[in-house]
Ligand binder design. Sequence first.
Ligand code: P53
Length: 479
Amino acid sequence: MATGYKMPKGFLWGGAVAAHQLEGGWQEGGKGVSIADVMTAGRNGVPRKVTDGVKPGEIYPNHWGNDFYHRYPEDDQLFEEMGFKCFRTSIAWTRIFPNGDEEEPNEAGLKFYDDLFDDLLAHHIQPVITLSHFEIPYHLVKEYGGFGNRKMIDFFVHFAKTVFKRYKNKVKYWMTFNEINNQTAWSDPHPLLQNSGLELGKDDNWEQAMYQAAHYELVASALTVQAGHAINPDFQIGCMIAMCPIYPLTAKPSDVMMAERAMQKRYWFGDVHCQGEYPKWLPKYFERKGFDMDITAADLATLKAGTVDYVGFSYYMSFVTKGKDGDTDYDFKEPDDFVENPYVEKSDWGWQIDPTGLRYAMNWMQDRWHLPQFIVENGFGAYDKKEADGSVHDDYRISYFHDHIKAMEEAVALDGVDLIGYTPWGCIDLVSASTGEMAKRYGFIYVDADDNGQGSFDRSKKDSFDWYKKVIASNGEDL
Ligand code: P53
């Protein structure tokens, strides 16, 4: 029965992952150590730690991931069977530049992605590539302080140009920095470490450091967009925003004002990426806070000249905030100023489930940024139970996808949002970014491995595999 709307012709149905969360092979093919390789395993409610190098006795789940490095031919076959038109992954920076500051790239690393992309293309699946997905070379963090240092712009642009030239006939869709805006959150593991590689604790003024690192990343992104278009004018180069709309708890004006401030603080990154300009409130905020920022006139010209072609975004959940009595600055701080939404359910990890929030966010972005959109992550992390016969009855996941895809299709068919494609997160089980668990599973494909890397790593289909296959086969009509 047709319960959904057909998506436009050529719509890119697929799946999404990131190199460090599934490849494993952390020391193979000359790969260097990335920030993900020094992150220990956490658990639900127990944050991961970043250690000073790889320490004996600690568990580092990204060292093995789901072993995609060795098994991708089998996985690509399964993706084709589901009907994938595209597959989003990242290029591990440390496979190409093991330390990050080399002049010459590592040929074995380049060859790995050549082979992977060729295999995907042979299965009629186009690669969609993130350049930086929480994978900064650890050497750049230690020696340069990550994106707290302006030199990082050159290292990143050199990396981007190298892979643009190498894969210019294999990859069309690119993104610069994964979830660049998650750095605004003060939580464990701190997204600043994952994203910008800033060494926290060294800097008393973390907030100023965050804005400075973000600025250098935005300049690097803008230079990358320009370089990419010069290498291949057909490239589509997007940003990647973690889209979690923030609602006011009530109609009380101070709640509404706080929610607006919260949205400004999470989404100004998108304003710079898409419009090439800082929003008006931000210089005022820097001034009020006494932040001493290194933002030059040349940087501002670069930002203007390097706006993105599309908005890539993740959507998992929405948030809620409320105003504070007497706070006329509405100085929103995440996550302290979040409150629970009494109207929605939550996952086992406390992520609020809100399909309408996806349609709301798509409308909000279309009206604000006026660019094509690409949903490059969406999904439901859950504990799965593998039955004795090998099956996994993940009806909760099917239900999550049903409701979110329906909301997405309404945004396209009824609201006119310009959407390129949809790639659910963790289409094959992989290591969780926030907790390092395998047990927080997202996949249509089950991987037999536990949090300590024990198991056969064999692949099998969950019930959601056939459900998603049917959705793709009907181009979104049959949900
Ligand atoms: P995990 C926070 C909020 C929303 C998305 O997350 C987030 C995060 C940071 O964890 O991350 C994205 O694995 C990210 C992926 C990540 C995925 O969402 O913590 O781009 O790398 O795996 C899901 O459940």
